[in-house]
Design a protein around this ligand. Structure first.
Ligand SMILES: CCCCCCCC/C=C\CCCCCCCC(=O)SCCNC(=O)CCNC(=O)[C@H](O)C(C)(C)COP(=O)(O)OP(=O)(O)OC[C@H]1O[C@@H](n2cnc3c(N)ncnc32)[C@H](O)[C@@H]1OP(=O)(O)O
Length: 238
């Protein structure tokens, strides 16, 4: 199902550089036919379940929104970008066969990235509950720094998508402060700090759920892509 952008996420009819963002509901209904991986499964620890329930509770008054998660990359980008990507997807179905959104690339539950994101629209903030599995090992018993970078990029990326639609990471700077034990649950907390034209600046902290350990802190710059060109056109014109 294709759809057009309508009401804005940052208030009615919000426009950022001429690009109207879509309503959260429209995006949710666009993607609901795909399997949602951000729902609890048997690999989730009690800590993960407890935190997830706490955030679900905070969704009840609309302050927070649970963000679904899919294995198809095209489903992650809302708005007009989705129309472009949907067409691209239909046109190139053959070539696209077998591609997956990187953090959802494993079939077995619990071995890789287990995560669920929640968006706070008024604070332009995205929080990700992350439980790294055994296939993300770097040093013995700890998550690989690249997997931490991936979950940070995806969380700040989700936040940037919320404010600016189709974006790409231009810069991601991470300070790793304390290793993340495999199987533990951490909170990846990101927010938009500033928007300057097409540039979206964000910051992010990764903390243990008791808040006592700072695992990593990051800053990121995302660039809003030209809405009049499809992703395919942008790639082929470079
Ligand atoms: C309903 C809403 C709900 C939403 C929720 C959704 C939930 C979804 C959940 C989860 C989402 C998952 C999210 C996934 C995230 C993953 C993202 C990635 O991994 S992206 C792959 C890695 N990145 C690349 O490969 C880029 C490679 N670079 C490029 O393609 C270009 O450099 C690009 C597009 C970044 C910029 O190129 P140009 O030609 O469009 O723009 P130019 O003119 O170069 O830059 C624009 C401005 O930005 C500055 N700029 C560009 N790069 C910079 C840099 N690295 N550092 C500082 N400034 C930079 C420039 O100086 C310029 O600034 P001046 O306008 O002159 O002030």
């Amino acid at each position: 199902m294709l759809y057009e952008c309508s009401s804005g996420l940052l208030g009615n009819g919000h426009h950022l550089h001429g690009i109207s963002t879509i309503s959260f509901q429209a995006w949710l209904s666009q993607s609901k036919r795909s399997k949602d991986y951000a729902l609890p499964n048997s690999s989730w620890s009690q800590d993960m379940m407890d935190l997830y329930s706490r955030f679900l509770e905070m969704c009840k008054d609309g302050t927070w929104k649970r963000i679904p998660s899919y294995s198809d990359t095209a489903d992650h980008v809302p708005g007009k970008a989705c129309v472009h990507l949907e067409s691209l997807k239909l046109a190139n179905e053959k070539e696209r066969k077998g591609t997956r959104f990187f953090p959802r690339n494993l079939d077995t539950e619990g071995v890789g990235f287990e995560y669920a994101m929640f968006l706070n629209p008024s604070e332009k903030r995205m929080v990700c509950l992350f439980q790294p599995g055994p296939y993300l090992e770097g040093h013995r018993g700890f998550a690989h720094g690249g997997s931490t970078a991936t979950i940070i990029d995806s969380t700040v990326g989700g936040c940037a998508i919320f404010v600016a639609g189709r974006v790409m990471t231009a810069n991601l700077s991470i300070n790793y402060r304390n290793p993340i034990p495999l199987g533990s649950v951490v909170l990846v907390d990101s927010k938009v700090d500033q928007i300057e034209g097409r540039k979206v600046f964000l910051s992010c902290h990764v903390r243990s759920i008791d808040g006592q350990t700072l695992h990593a802190e990051a800053t990121a710059l995302f660039i809003q892509l030209n809405s009049t060109k499809s992703l395919q056109q942008q790639v082929s014109s470079q």
